[in-house]
Ligand binder design. Structure first.
Ligand code: GLU
Length: 278
């Protein structure tokens, strides 16, 4: 008799920019629980595209921390920096479809022009001023290799994008109001997180994305990319973020709550996981 194969495929996608902390542990544990409940698997994706912040020793560190915690994944590990050709292909597809345009504004200019200080903090990008967009009928310059300017995705202004989150319920955002034209490729010839993530989730057949709720707004962008690239859309489960005693979100700077620090204090994985059980 052949084993019954399950269609569920999730992923764990840490960035090697610091040690994993209790918040990551909870999100990854939720991901594992959901994969197990569905009889499915998880992939481990190394989100190492931000060369200025990523360090190889943090890849070893997250493998060690996840293993210690008892989180399992299906090998091989996917490394985004080894998939640049896939992302470049997607960029060309978007270019051919005319859904992107070149942008010569600096990150600082865009941040300063955004009307209100944006509430989503570091994990989100400011609203790109619509007045700075190039006209939809302007002829597109060719893509160079390497890419030497920023390219942005033109969002469908005024269109409400919705998805039913398996944790938070119905989520809706209006393109052009709640988020604007976003970067897909940077002038230093690197794909944006949004593009790489959408290409990976779509091409790898990820059926459910479990991640922190700070990425809900990114989901709207990634859904637009998946549709533009004609890739399958996963479902989403955005888990609540953990906060410290002051109500502040856990971040990699909370070294005292890193899994390594907890381990060194003699705390066991089952003591950590016991905190997460409802
Ligand atoms: N690597 C991203 C992060 O650590 C998560 C990406 C994702 O789950 O889509 O914030």
């Amino acid at each position: 008799m052949t084993a019954k194969t399950s269609p569920y495929l999730g992923r764990l996608a840490p960035s090697p920019t610091g040690r994993l902390h209790l918040g990551h542990a909870r999100t990854f544990w939720v991901a594992q629980q959901r994969a197990l409940a569905a009889g499915g698997d998880l992939l481990l994706r190394n989100d190492d595209l931000d060369a200025s912040r990523c360090r190889p020793e943090f890849v070893d560190a997250f493998i060690e921390d996840l293993t210690w915690l008892g989180i399992m994944w299906r090998p091989p590990i996917v490394t985004q920096s080894q998939r640049l050709d896939r992302y470049r292909l997607a960029l060309h597809q978007l270019h051919t479809a005319g859904t992107i345009y070149p942008c010569h504004r600096s990150r600082r200019e865009v941040a300063e022009a955004a009307a209100a200080p944006h509430e989503d903090g570091l994990n989100d990008e400011p609203l790109f001023p619509p007045a700075w967009r190039s006209p939809a009928d302007a002829p597109l310059p060719p893509l160079t290799n390497p890419v030497e300017c920023n390219w942005r995705f033109r969002v469908p202004d005024g269109e409400a994008i919705s998805f039913r989150d398996s944790c938070t319920g119905l989520e809706t955002a209006v393109a052009g109001r709640d988020f604007g034209d976003f970067l897909v490729w940077r002038k230093d010839d690197a794909p944006s997180y949004q593009l790489a993530c959408a290409v990976d989730d779509g091409e790898m057949g990820i059926t459910e994305v479990v991640r922190g709720e700070d990425l809900i707004k990114s989901t709207f962008r990634q859904l637009l990319l998946l549709r533009a690239l004609d890739l399958p859309e996963p479902t989403y489960y955005h888990a609540p973020l953990m906060t410290d005693d002051q109500g502040e979100r856990l971040a990699k700077r909370h070294d005292a709550l890193s899994l390594r620090a907890l381990r060194e204090q003699g705390i066991t994985p089952s003591e950590i996981l016991a905190k997460f059980r409802p």
